[in-house]
Design a protein around this ligand. Structure first.
Ligand code: SF4
Length: 336
């Protein structure tokens, strides 16, 4: 795999992200970040892409997100490089990176230190800046530029749980898009401002059963809408909220040190417990992905969080299956 690719990637190059990494660094280098998960799941061909990756030899027994990312890149040859986070995200990413490299895709790396450690994170950030060809001053300026967008996303989140003027689905889509700001932060900020103005003019939404959605982003396409049909509302999208880096830290290392997703589960437990109290959550849905190592956290989440919890497993992209729909219905009925 190649490292130190600054001279290979002219400004404006589109660079794929396998997960949320310090996007400030990518943007400061003049590159255009593309979250490959979002690219995959937003495609009307997402299901076919998973089958396509399997036809190319990726096993049935690995997670569909990995296969979707792999196939998505085949359909987007304009994405000339990928930033893979093997440590702190997913070990499948390591093999994915090697497969992509063998296909001629340039692969850069960013690793979240595990266990979490400030000094190691600072070193990783410095190494990452060197790889993409930027420097701390430019990155700090980019971080300051993104800060008001992150604040606006925090306001959007507040309008979800406090007043109900933003739906759970809208909340999810906006927060999840903050991993790459759709490649163009200025355009993203303009759209977000317009959305917030429209949302603030809506009447507050009537109360329903208040739910939190925890775990990796679901591969189901209609989860939020189905819950609303049942009279429940998702007022906490745990991981998408984390993608938006809501801590308000002015220092880049601090910002990614307080990001809960890539480290051990302690930080996540604290964050979820806080949300349960502040957002008056009546229940949690823990989404797990088939063949994902993160399924093992289910036991700890059940043990440590004192709130009713339903575990929902998904495999391939598409709408909820009938069994999952029935389980959600029963869960909401019990909570009501
Ligand atoms: S769902 Fe799990 S296995 Fe799949 S990419 Fe994400 S972390 Fe990796």
């Amino acid at each position: 795999m190649r490292r130190g690719l600054s001279h290979d990637l002219p400004p404006g190059s589109r660079v794929g992200l396998t997960t949320t990494i310090p996007v400030e660094v990518v943007l400061a280098a003049g590159l255009v970040p593309v979250d490959l998960n979002n690219l995959f799941i937003a495609s009307p061909h997402a299901l076919e892409w998973v089958a396509e990756a399997e036809a190319e030899g990726l096993p049935r027994t690995i997670c569909a997100w990995i296969k979707g990312i792999y196939a998505a890149l085949g359909h987007h040859p304009e994405i000339c490089a990928v930033i893979a986070a093997c440590q702190g995200d997913c070990s499948y990413t390591q093999a994915l990176g090697e497969l992509l490299a063998s296909r001629g895709v340039a692969v850069l790396h960013f690793n979240y230190p595990y266990p979490r450690q400030r000094a190691r994170l600072a070193r990783e950030l410095a190494e990452f800046m060197a790889q993409v060809g930027t420097e701390p001053g430019a990155v700090a300026a980019m971080q300051a530029k993104l800060a008001p967008i992150r604040q606006a996303l925090a306001e959007l989140d507040r309008l979800t749980w406090e007043t109900g003027q933003v739906s759970g689905r809208e909340n999810f889509l906006w927060l999840i898009a903050s991993s790459d700001f759709e490649g163009h932060p200025d355009a993203f900020a303009a759209r977000l401002t317009a959305f917030l103005q429209a949302a603030a003019a809506r009447p507050p939404s009537p109360e329903g059963v208040r739910l939190g959605l925890i775990g990796i982003p679901p591969i189901f396409t209609d989860l939020w809408e189905h819950l609303e049909e049942l009279g429940a509302r998702v007022v906490f999208n745990e991981i998408p909220r984390q993608f938006s880096l809501p801590g308000g830290h002015a220092d880049l290392t601090e910002q990614y040190y307080h990001y809960t997703y890539p480290y051990d589960i302690t930080l996540r437990l604290r964050d979820i417990a806080r949300a349960v109290t502040q957002r008056r959550l009546q229940g949690l849905i823990h989404y797990t992905q088939s063949f994902c190592f993160r399924q093992m956290y289910d036991r700890l989440l059940r043990e440590k969080l004192r709130v009713p919890l339903l575990t929902l497993e998904g495999d391939r992209p598409g709408p909820l299956d009938s069994r999952s729909r029935m389980r959600l219905e029963a869960f909401v009925d019990v909570l009501r």
